[in-house]
Design a binder for this molecule. Sequence first.
Ligand code: ADP
Length: 435
Amino acid sequence: MFRKVHLYLTALCAGITTAILIVMSLLYLYLSEKELYENQFRSFQNDIITISTSLEQQSVISMEWLSKMEARGGYTFYALDNGIPFLYNRLTSFSESSEIRSFLDACLEYYESHYESVSLEEGGDSPYNTCRHVEFSFHPAETEQEFYISVIELKRGTSSLQLLVLSPLDFLREQITKQRVRFFLIDIAAILLLSLFSFFFTGKLLQPVIESRRKQTEFVAAASHELRTPLAVILSAAECCRDADTEKQSRFLDTIKQEGDILTSLVNDMLTLSASDSQRFSFRPAPVELDTLVINTYEAFEPLAAEKKLSLTVTLPEESLPLCTADAERIIQLLSILLHNAVSYTPEGGRIDLSLLHKKNRFYLTVSDTGIGIPPEDRKKIFDRFYRAEKARSAKGHFGLGLSIASEIVKLHHGTLNVTGRPGGGSVFTVILHT
Ligand code: ADP
């Protein structure tokens, strides 16, 4: 399922970023090509101004001048004197083929149809009385080629000179094609990188969800497993109850009650952890006297310890302690879990010490016992849900949830909970809380 979601998220992320990239690239290309055309046209216009000014000042237009001007701008000139082509045209590359002729005709036709209204005025001092020039872009329908064209018209009395200046845009188009190809290749590389990035990025995003799903599945599996044993005992006791005599019946009913209590405590623990997971764990911090809470818990466990023939002691600082901001109910729950474990995992005749220490704005709550101890390799895992060290497996009514709840409580108080081995055997659990 997560594989599908991962692929879907990757496609979505890559799709959106690719779409943005393509739109931005197209926009950039459009603006840049527009600017290239405009710059080219402007420079063509400037050249034409220079050419027409120089033309105006000449009484005779020499072939040298024409070919020099052509070579300078990479242009092609076509001159008509009173409608008759210059000899220059016939001598240079501009041969009078029908193809070229029709191209020129189309050019002039376009010019006349668009710029007819502008008329040359009479007068002026130059050898040619009047001069005007018009620039436009021309794209003959049947060809791929595009040109900037200028028609310069000079008039002196009745004689007129028309000069067509053709600037092919092949170089510009080549430049634009190169730019497009470059962008295309860059975009393809960027899309590949973006897809890779999206794949890893969405994978990282999904990681906590996958992890929490895994934990949830494990939790449900472990919970079902733990619930099954007391339920099976209850069912079989109920079955046996049917045909048993009164004395046996009462024993079976006791078993049912006992297993029912175990089930209730397991379900309560599970509900506590689920409340903590969904941030519904009730937590009401207030200034509390930790020593009072420690004494109260100690007193509550005294009978249980005595029953198991364990010596339970409490150590408190002699000086008066500052108040600690904590949830009193949760602290008692935390100490109860630690003491309950200590009682459960310490054999008869053992010792349990409960102590409170205040040092450098920190409270140290310690529960140490001389019990079975926890192997170093298990010390990290015992805070995981449903985890029980091998040696503790036989303890009835222990499902491996107590320390998970304890560590959630400590987390809520922004404190720390750690476990160490006790020299000579046993375990030491230490809770550190801040004032
Ligand atoms: P449980 O209900 O099984 O005690 P906990 O989460 O409280 O669950 O403890 C997890 C495991 O940690 C226990 O099963 C046991 O193996 C180990 N443990 C906890 N406290 C002690 C202790 N005082 N002495 C030895 N082992 C302990």
